[in-house]
Design a protein around this ligand. Sequence first.
Ligand code: COA
Ligand code: AMP
Length: 638
Amino acid sequence: MTSNGQGGHGPRTGAYTQAYDASITTPDEFWLTAARGIEWSAPPTRALDAEASESGRWFPDGRLNTCANALDRHVAAGHGDRAALIYDSAVLGEQRTYSYAELLDEVSRFAGVLAAQGIGHGDRVVIYMPMIPEAAIAMLACARLGAVHSVVFGGFAAKELAARVEDAEPKALVTASGGIEPARRVPYLPMVRQALEMTASAPQTVIVKKREQVAGSAEDHPDWLDWDGLMADAEHAEPVAVAATDPLYVLYTSGTTGKPKGVVRDNGGYAVALHWSMANIFDIRAGDTWWCASDVGWVVGHSYIVYAPLLAGATTVLYEGKPVGTPDAGAFWRVIAQHGVKALFTAPTAVRAIRKVDPDASLMGPHDMSSMTHLFTAGERLDPDTFEWAGKVLGVPVIDNWWQTETGWPITANLVGLEPMPIKPGSSTVPVPGYRVEILDDKGRQVGAGEEGNIAIRLPLPPGTLTGLWGDPERFHGSYMAAFPGYYATGDSGRIDADGYVFVLGRSDDVINVAGHRLSTGGMEAVVAGHPDVAECAVIGIHDDLKGQRPSGYVVLKSGSTIDADTLREELVALVRDEIGAVASFRDVTVVDALPKTRSGKILRKTMRQIVDKQDVVVPSTIEDMAVLEALEKQLGD
Ligand code: COA
Ligand code: AMP
């Protein structure tokens, strides 16, 4: 029996099966061997410390510096001239290449800047930046000092930034004057100021990278510091060796409530897992050019724009722009051709956006795409239609991989660097070594091959996965470990077929995925409920042809309210934009007479989603009032 213990697997004997089985039967040996890909100041003698936490801690006696592995070691090995990072800004029409030696110089100087501000091992630094090289430089500089970064996505508004600052209690915040969206400039500094006024945990140091295209600079505030000014006379800081189990970053992600979860990632396990993944999952090695078109504010950006490609000694493209509109739907093809990109990693929604505008991919015409060997997608389900279109126009394998902020790297994938497997559209292929993926029913019993259920991962989790939630062990246990003792509950539902292929079908909780961005409907409900005319509300994720899902709000008005539907909609849209951010893409508001509930008062969001998406409606036996559901079906079903 191989893989996950579910379904007959057929007699696979190839490199994948060997690696997978070794990772399960002799995990210590497997991961200590993988750990040799990393340079340690004290190499680990032990792999897993199962006792140290519920999910296990990796390499308990190892010491290393993640930044030194990403940069110094390549320079020391004589590769200082190799391109480390190519900044390609489609919104500005600018490009800049940093060699490994140049990037090391920038990072060690910015680490010197942070050190001079009193930042050291274990201190938190919030980074709120657009897709500019300084974002990656700030992250790596924190890693160099053993400080813990927490990057906040630039599309989040002040209140979301404040919530993250409040929780992480940073000593410094690093930002820029703003971001550049296709149709507008997004000034960050007013939001930073507002956010810092909302929290009692405002950091002592704020550093601002001035961008001439966006108004605002450090001069706007008496105590803020200018990035360029500080860098002009910065001292270089050397890498600080930290314990493998020390945190590298906290990345906040949406849970089912409005309060974001601070996913904690360690140094050693993460470095080992990412390094292993580049060669074995993505077939990317030193000297290859790799492009992950995500944002450093998301986990995909942390792992595959910044850390993994640099750990591998590859060249990473940091792209500031969109798949369409910057300037057109040929932008991705231009970047691939111009930089000789071997593999692109993006979200299916980006491919759908290109297809919508340029269905024949005619804008690919002038570009030489011959460097490209694979398209990898993640962040949301790769629907078979998009899979087929991308394969047809690109002429390369299109490979889905499934993972989460919590895991930090793929749970399931087609490991093309190890052993390419036949692709089944709709499946993200097989469990990655180290992940024991099982499908459980609601009582925690394994279901049969092909049956749908909750996707759970048997503990311990492999290296690189979360080690906890920042400052909240109870929530860590409650969110992930309590539902199925002995397992990590992913929150996704799906099935595993008789060949061991995993099909991820969607979230089984109130987290939604809008254009590859993970958002909480609970957070949006809290904002909508704050409107003075709203008695109660539900926000659900409904199908969207472009973005996969979009939020849709259903509102019951307070008795006596006379607000008209258009005004209410405008006000609610503005509120969500203001409190969560434009990225929520909250635009639909429907006024209803009542919300369907269970007898215990729980809103039947899943049933509502089935009505709106015109699926078969499954009515729970616990429904309080069937008439409410029937009225809603009549109103929404047409
Ligand atoms: N800073 C500020 N605002 C941002 C932002 C950022 N970093 N990112 C998005 N926004 C804003 C947009 O400007 C837009 O604002 P608007 O309502 O004023 O137009 C809003 O948030 C929604 O943005 P987006 O989700 O990007 O939708 P879009 O309609 O502008 O573009 C796509 C649609 C599909 C082209 C775009 O979503 C896309 O490129 N998706 C790929 C996502 C991705 O790579 N995700 C990573 C997961 S792996
Ligand atoms: P995030 O934490 O932002 O990476 O979002 C994780 C969630 O996105 C997962 O729990 C899934 O619901 C969804 N997701 C990510 N990748 C995939 C994929 N390849 N197929 C299906 N869903 C995915």
